[in-house]
Design a protein around this ligand. Structure first.
Ligand SMILES: [Zn+2]
Length: 276
C-alpha cells in the first residue's frame, strides 16, 4: 500500500504469548479478538514504513532481521522474512536507505539493523544514520529491561558509529517528527510522518510503535506484559490516540497481522481504532 509517498511494509511474522501481549485483559476477553494457538501464542506482524523525504529514504523500524537459530525461530514462530525482502519487492536496495528511525531497540524492531557476513557482524543499511531517543540507547546498552534477551549487543554495537541520539520531541528529518511515548520502555518514541509537500491533502500518519501495537490495544486496559511502566504507557497511548482523533491523524500499527493502518474514532467516551 502506498499513499503520499509512504510505503507500508510487512517485514515479518512471529508469535508471542497472548497473555503477555494483552497484560491486564483476561483471556476470556482477548480470545474474542484474536485466536491463540496450542501454545497460547497469537499471530503478530512486524511492520515498517518507508518514507520518501527530501532527506532521502527513511525507514521506520528494521524488524527482526535474520540472525536467528532454528531454536529461536521455533520459539517465536519467526518467519524467514526481513525488511530487506520487503524493500526488494518495491525495488529498494538497503544501500539506498539514508535514515533508519526506531521506536525502541527491542529485537523485533532493531535486530534487523545488522546481519552476519563471513562471521562478522555488519550493518544491513550501510549508508543510514540511525535515529533513536538517547534514553533508549543508554538503556539498551545497559540491558535495562525485565526481558533479558531483547537488547542484544549484536544488533547495537555494529551501528554505534551511525547513531543519532535525540532528547524528546524533535523533527530531525523532512516529514519525520519524533514524539516521545514512554511506558513500553523509558525511551520509547512514536514517529509522526507529515504529508508530502506536494500532497498536503493526505493526513499525517502516526507510527505508534509498541504503545499501541494492534488495533485491539486501543483499549485503555490493554497493556503489554512487556511494558516497563504500564501506567505511563497507558497515559502515552491516551495522549497519542487523543491527538490522532483531534488532529486528523491516521495510526499505523506495528504488530497487527491484519491491519497496517487504522483510523481513530470515538467509542464509549474514549478513542478507539477502526480499520482504515
Ligand atoms: Zn515490538
Amino acid at each position: 500500500m502506498t499513499s503520499s509517498r509512504i510505503h507500508f511494509l510487512t517485514t515479518g511474522a512471529f508469535r508471542l504469548d497472548g497473555g503477555g501481549m494483552f497484560g491486564l485483559i483476561p483471556k476470556t476477553m482477548w480470545s474474542r479478538w484474536t485466536e491463540a494457538d496450542a501454545d497460547n501464542r497469537i499471530a503478530l506482524a512486524t511492520r515498517s514504513l518507508l518514507v520518501e523525504s527530501r532527506d532521502g529514504l527513511v525507514l521506520v523500524e528494521a524488524g527482526c532481521g535474520d540472525k536467528w537459530t532454528a531454536k529461536e525461530r521455533a520459539m517465536y514462530a519467526l518467519a524467514p522474512r526481513t525488511a530487506v525482502d520487503a524493500l526488494a519487492e518495491i525495488g529498494i536496495d538497503p544501500r539506498d536507505i539514508a535514515h533508519v528511525v526506531l521506536t525502541h531497540l527491542h529485537f523485533d524492531h532493531a535486530a534487523g539493523l545488522t546481519r552476519e557476513d563471513a562471521g562478522a557482524l555488519v550493518p544491513v543499511f550501510p549508508n543510514a544514520r540511525v535515529h533513536v531517543q538517547r534514553q533508549e540507547w543508554i538503556d539498551a546498552l545497559a540491558n535495562k529491561s525485565t526481558m533479558t534477551r531483547t537488547y542484544l549487543r549484536t544488533h547495537l554495537d555494529p551501528v554505534a558509529g551511525s547513531v543519532e541520539l535525540h532528547d524528546g520531541m524533535a523533527t530531525p528529518l523532512d516529514r519525520v517528527a519524533l514524539v516521545p511515548t514512554p511506558g513500553h520502555t523509558w525511551g520509547h518514541q512514536s514517529v509522526l510522518v507529515l504529508p508530502d509537500g506536494s500532497d498536503a491533502s493526505t493526513p499525517p500518519v502516526l507510527f505508534a510503535g509498541d504503545v499501541c501495537p494492534t488495533i485491539h490495544h486501543a483499549h485503555p486496559a490493554a497493556s503489554l506484559g512487556y511494558d516497563m511502566l504500564a501506567y505511563e504507557a497507558m497515559l502515552s497511548k491516551r495522549m497519542i490516540l487523543g491527538r490522532a482523533l483531534h488532529e486528523g491523524w491516521l495510526v499505523a500499527l506495528d504488530h497487527d497481522p491484519e491491519h497496517a493502518l487504522a483510523r481513530p474514532t470515538e467509542v464509549d467516551g474514549r478513542v478507539g481504532l477502526v480499520p482504515r
